[in-house]
Design a protein around this ligand. Structure first.
Ligand code: AKG
Ligand code: MN
Length: 214
């Protein structure tokens, strides 16, 4: 893992963990209070829920979305929708502050034209995990994924472009931002089971936001 000169002068450390995958340590930590309060508003409108995968299993993570599109799964498959299947209303708008922060993080990593129209909210309680998968329900893979993490730390798994092999392990802490795109856009990734813990801002959970161009 290398630190990049590209980011010299920034306060936060950056780790490049593959060709176009970057960990911006603590990058949104100072905005966490604001971001989490926006999320509370979103979740009041479109509640967290445990989706069922096409295979019939219930996901351990609790999910909602904001933006023009939200990611869903049910027996029919994985996809984006413009309305929340629970409320039957459009997904809550993506708060401008969140969109701007995600765009700025992408731009720092060389993705200047990123303008996300979907933000997936994942809330992990202890024991929740996400298996290795690709983010491939979007239509433009030239656009990166930008991911914010809050609350309890977790081990993020960074695999290859195909299944198999042993993934790299990257610890994600409160306020960390991941950006991946270009040749790394379709990498398999996931998170290990969340361990018990307490965080001053989130209690016993980890919150993850992924910003995408649907
Ligand atoms: O929780 C994370 O860090 C990753 C989430 C993820 O990969 C996804 O929602 O597709
Ligand atoms: Mn993913």
């Amino acid at each position: 893992m290398a630190s990049l000169d590209l980011f010299a002068g920034e306060n936060h450390e950056v780790t490049q963990f593959s060709e176009q995958a970057y960990l911006l340590h603590g990058h949104v930590a100072s905005q966490a209070d604001t971001i989490l309060s926006h999320l509370r508003d979103v979740i009041k409108q479109s509640p967290l829920r445990q989706f069922v995968t096409p295979g019939g299993g219930k996901m351990s993570v609790r999910t909602s979305s904001c933006g023009d599109f939200g990611w869903i799964t049910d027996k029919k498959g994985y996809r984006y929708t413009d309305t929340d299947p629970i409320t039957k209303k459009p997904w809550p708008p993506m708060p401008e502050t969140l969109k701007t922060l995600a765009e700025q993080a992408a731009a720092k990593c060389g993705f200047e034209s990123f303008s996300p129209n979907a933000c997936l909210i994942n809330v992990y309680h202890p024991g929740a995990a996400m298996g290795l998968h690709q983010d491939k329900d979007e239509s433009d893979f030239s656009q990166p994924i930008v991911s914010f993490s809050f609350g309890l730390p977790v081990t993020f798994l960074w695999g290859g472009l195909k299944r198999g092999g042993s993934p790299q392990k990257v610890t994600l802490q409160h306020g960390d931002v991941l950006v991946w795109g270009g040749p790394d856009r379709l990498r398999y990734h996931g998170v290990k089971k969340l361990a018990n813990g307490q965080h001053p801002l989130t209690g016993n959970v980890r919150v993850n936001l992924t910003f995408r161009v649907r």
